[in-house]
Design a protein around this ligand. Structure first.
Ligand SMILES: NC(=O)c1ccc[n+]([C@@H]2O[C@H](COP(=O)([O-])OP(=O)(O)OC[C@H]3O[C@@H](n4cnc5c(N)ncnc54)[C@H](OP(=O)(O)O)[C@@H]3O)[C@@H](O)[C@H]2O)c1
Length: 273
């Protein structure tokens, strides 16, 4: 038996229960991992509240962790007991002392990297990499707008876009987060509770707009984000619920909607005329 956080019913943080669970031994292709650090992501909340449907009920939340291999499945090569490994994404179930994982889902974590750091950037880092390198390729000279700039994904996006040579504009809710966003490489920080972000982006860019908006917020920022784009700029919405509430009605005025993956993210190109 190991201890894990379990969810038996949908709701707020109070539905998280600390319980004994039986995880068994790894089968073919699997490893058993004793977690050293567990990453938290906003998606954990979506599952807990029922916005997304968990694969089972009850279930163990969590999609990111780093730990030590304590057992390997029969015939498995390439991983051994004592290895420090990490994963981000599926399978869900990292809020636990130990878990069984498919060996192919983990990557080795070098001793030079603190497990806490690794567990906090694997999923968010892959997300950021996809967003700045593949969904829209950020290049020197670009101006990018990042909402929730001090959040998990947002702070990585700002650092990465800055390192790629872009001018980074970030939006945040508070002064404290503004300081954090500055530290993370934002050249301009907009505290959206105090000033209208569309007006400020227009001022900062001399009404030229930005090449790309990374919008993880959704309903409250969607229209304004579109207004910040320069012609043929790209709006990347990676808050999937927006599409449940506002299906592709923007297609008539904002063309070239590309659904790059079933759930994430959605890109819209501003293509006037
Ligand atoms: N983690 C990933 O790898 C990943 C992958 C794909 C998609 N996403 C999506 O990206 C978004 C951010 O994820 P994250 O893991 O980086 O989360 P996070 O660290 O918790 O950041 C969320 C930030 O969003 C801002 N926010 C704006 N409106 C909000 C609201 N109504 N409720 C809560 N926060 C609000 C807040 O910043 P301010 O206070 O500054 O507004 C908050 O700090 C989520 O929609 C998530 O589904 C994340």
């Amino acid at each position: 038996m190991v201890k894990a956080i379990r969810v038996h019913e949908l709701g707020g943080p109070e539905v998280l229960k600390w319980e004994d669970v039986e995880i068994g031994e790894p089968k073919e292709g699997e490893i058993r991992v004793k977690n050293k650090a567990i990453g938290l992501n906003f998606i954990d909340i979506y599952f807990r509240k029922g916005v997304y449907k968990a694969p089972t009920m009850p279930y163990t939340p969590g999609m990111e962790a780093v730990g030590v291999v304590t057992a390997v499945g029969p015939g498995l090569t390439g991983r051994q007991v004592g290895d420090v490994v990490g994963y981000g994404g599926n399978p869900m179930g990292s809020y636990t002392e130990e878990q069984i994982l498919p060996a192919e889902k983990v990557v080795p974590v070098p001793s030079s990297i603190d497990p806490i750091v690794a567990a906090s950037v694997l999923l968010k880092g892959m997300t950021a990499q996809f967003l700045v390198c593949r969904c829209f390729k950020v290049e020197p000279g670009h101006t990018v707008l990042v909402h929730a700039a001090a959040g998990g994904v947002g702070s990585l996006l700002c650092q990465w876009a800055n390192a790629l040579g872009a001018t980074v504009i970030g939006t945040v809710s508070t002064k404290e987060k503004a300081a954090q966003a500055k530290e993370d490489g934002c050249h301009h920080v907009i505290i959206y509770k105090e000033e209208d972000f569309v007006t400020r982006v227009n001022e900062i860019t001399s009404c030229k707009g930005v090449e790309v908006v990374y919008d993880s917020v959704g309903k409250d920022t969607f229209q304004g984000s579109l207004e910040c784009l320069k012609p043929r700029g790209l709006m990347v919405s990676f808050w999937p619920i927006v599409w449940h509430n506002r299906p592709c009605s923007f297609a008539s005025t904002w063309s070239e909607i590309a659904v790059l993956d079933e759930a994430f993210p959605h890109a819209i190109q501003h293509n006037p005329g």
